[in-house]
Design a protein around this ligand. Structure first.
Ligand code: PLP
Length: 440
């Protein structure tokens, strides 16, 4: 007996009524999701308002890494909220403890942090830090990257969604290609460990576009929103070396990649990268809104008092959540489970790709994986039209999945890091069934 149960076709009667009410009042402008009204969650299991139960491969959007409503986290947030809900720029015991705990958990060379509320706020802050520290205003970032929806974050990003129709991006952005092993149209993933072709292109593009004011580089360790594009091994290290040679600051956007998602606490650990700045979001609060920037004291010292601030950043509930999440990580060895269960699920999904004519590629690290759907494995023509039916079919069989991708043709696999072998097997069997029913 598994943990999933769906009665009839979704939405159920209560869910249907609630969805209609929702769309009457809140603008329906979010991405496509299965017609499920979430009621409560525990671990990897989400229950909807009609009592249907699902295994969640989304973790919200790579947020609830300790599992939904982990009792230790819930208790910590409840306890803090009963005493104080906001302290703005002032100290509180929770805030001080959260800063101390986070810095101890950061990669060793980073010795300071600052708390904010969202991932976009963190990437904006990183851009501001790079500009102030370098005294320059251009930032190099990557096509198909995603750093959030606020103006500076969207400018650094290279996806049409946050930009199209909104007029010119901010000046000072230089965007270059991100090497994509599955769609290597420019031949950057040709196996050369020095990536000579890539860096020649990089130099050329910068020379053609810079006004001479390049200050820093903003990069995701893998591109999540554009479809879980993992660059070839060694490329990030070479990029780091290149930034050092050029005297540029390096910021790595770990908003989604950190906290064990890739099988290491920080994704930069895979190649021993030492950026000047990292941005952290999502799993740092596992559902309680909190984000942070981590950097060296030297980098932070470029800001004078009052230059970085946030209405909600460092509030007691968020700060208590930071500590509780770290407690859970230490106690439950979630990073190790991510590496172990991730390798298991990846091998099973790769096996499914061999049998499914539309599943062109499966890739991942730890418990973050992408399943890219194509019309034809030879031409690799994207098949975004398969995604909605797949999301609905999966939900009707008890599995919650979401989609991403530059072409909208990638399913994201990112369950909470607490997933067990039995839950992995049950959810993989549901996915296998869905793939067998997939039709263009
Ligand atoms: C790498 C990365 N940076 C920044 C963000 C923006 O985070 P938020 O939606 O919390 O503003 C995201 C969100 O998906 C992300 O994946």
């Amino acid at each position: 007996m598994g943990v999933t149960r769906v009665n009839g076709t979704l939405p159920g009667p209560k869910g249907k009524e609630l969805l209609e009410r929702w769309h009457k009042y809140e603008a329906d402008v979010v991405g496509f999701q299965a017609p499920v009204v979430w009621d409560h969650g525990r671990g990897v299991v989400v229950t909807d308002v009609d009592g249907n139960t699902f295994i969640d491969w989304t973790s919200g959007v790579l947020v609830t890494s300790v599992g939904h409503c982990h009792p230790h986290l819930v208790q910590a947030a409840q306890k803090a909220s009963a005493r104080l809900l906001n302290n703005y720029e002032n100290a509180s015991v929770e805030r001080i403890e959260a800063a101390e705990r986070l810095v101890k958990a950061l990669p060793r060379h980073l010795d300071k942090c600052f708390f904010l509320s969202t991932g976009s706020e963190a990437t904006e802050a990183a851009a501001r830090l790079m500009k102030r520290k370098s005294g320059k205003y251009e930032i190099l970032s990557f096509e198909s990257g995603f750093h959030g929806r606020t103006t500076s974050a969207a400018t650094m990003g290279g996806l049409p969604g946050p930009k199209k129709g909104y007029g010119p991006s901010l000046p000072g952005a230089i965007r270059v290609a991100f090497p994509n092993p599955y769609r290597d149209t420019l031949g950057f993933c040709d196996g050369d460990p020095e990536f000579k072709k890539y860096f020649a292109y990089l130099e050329y593009t910068i020379a053609a576009n810079t006004t001479g004011s390049l200050g820093g580089v903003m990069v995701e360790p893998y591109q999540g929103t554009s479809g879980f594009i993992f660059p070839p091994k060694g490329w990030l290290k070479k990029l780091e070396e290149w930034t050092r040679r050029k005297g540029l600051l390096l910021a790595v956007d770990e908003v989604q990649a950190s906290y064990g998602r890739t099988g290491k606490m920080w994704a930069i650990e895979h190649e021993d990268i030492k950026p000047d700045i990292i941005t952290i979001g999502k799993a740092i609060g596992c559902g309680v809104p909190v984000s942070a920037v981590g950097a060296t004291s030297e980098v932070f010292s470029c800001l004078s008092k009052g230059e970085m601030s946030s209405t909600l950043g460092g509030n007691p509930v968020a700060s208590a959540a930071v500590c509780a999440v770290l407690d859970i990580y230490e106690k439950e060895k979630l990073v190790e489970n991510s590496a172990k269960m991730g390798a298991y699920m990846l091998s099973k999904l790769k096996g499914m790709a061999e049998k499914c004519r539309y599943l062109g590629d499966v890739r991942g690290m730890g418990l973050v994986m992408g399943m890219e759907f194509v019309k034809d494995k030879g031409t690799k023509e994207p098949a975004p039209e398969l995604i909605k039916p797949l999301i609905v079919d999966a939900a009707n069989h008890g599995l919650l999945i979401g989609s991403v991708g530059f072409y909208g043709n990638v399913i994201r696999v990112g369950p909470p890091l607490v997933i067990t072998q039995a839950e992995a097997d049950e959810s993989l069997a549901i996915m296998e069934g869905c793939l067998s029913r997939l039709k263009l």
